[in-house]
Design a protein around this ligand. Sequence first.
Ligand code: 2HA
Ligand code: ZN
Length: 275
Amino acid sequence: MNVLNAEFVKGFIRMADDGWQQGWHERNGGNLSYRIKDEEIDSVREELQPGEWREIGTSVPDLAGEYFLVTGSGKYMRNAVIKPEDTICIVELDEKGENYRICWGLVNGGRPTSELPSHLMNHEVKKRVTNGKYRVIYHAHPANTIALTFVLPLTDEAFTRELWEMATECPVVFPGGIGVVPWMVPGGREIAVETSKLMEKYDVAIWAHHGMFCAGEDFDLTFGLMHTVEKSAEILVKVRSMVSEKRQTIQPDDFRNLARDFKVTLPERFLFEKH
Ligand code: 2HA
Ligand code: ZN
């Protein structure tokens, strides 16, 4: 099958375009990766033309031999829909999980996303903790979430609690909470290690003064997660722009009642009393 006719490729391109349309991908900002299923890679195998092996810059042994669809470094999300062969690529990892090679795409040259170490280390954690269910890692620059990193304490507790309060669906959509990485140099192994530690327990990691990473089972759930967090952040920005203190809000016991009825577990450490 032609790679561009495969459903997983169409879903990937649609998600890249959805993010662009949300305004989360100025210039070459943001990146997306998908861990391809065996039957999906088999369906396009005759189209693959493996190039040279190159270093990933970190080691992901639990992903050895796997294939990923990823956006290209320096490529613009807005172009994924009009020139996908130039913008995205399929990469294969070697048997140690230390090198990759491009097997399709990036026809005009280039490399996979500069955040490949973070993507792959997050995939490695999520594959383990979800028994292989999670396949999507998404990084974007949504403005309201970034704005809050200048205003809220950079703690998992502050971000989780504030964003849960701003929309009733939030504790149901991300019951595990949200992790926060302090400002760090992007693109390397160090920030990848810190992010992947948070991915052990959360599906969302916020990079202070930079953006957000989300992980999920498929494109709908992962895009929907980013969208929900950013919508909630937008509401908080609006509220904080109007008043310094909320007049009323959802209280700890309200969350406990919600958790009971919606059958989700909300960690008590996010349900502290505020003063
Ligand atoms: O430009 O978003 O974090 C891609 C990025 C780097
Ligand atoms: Zn970024």
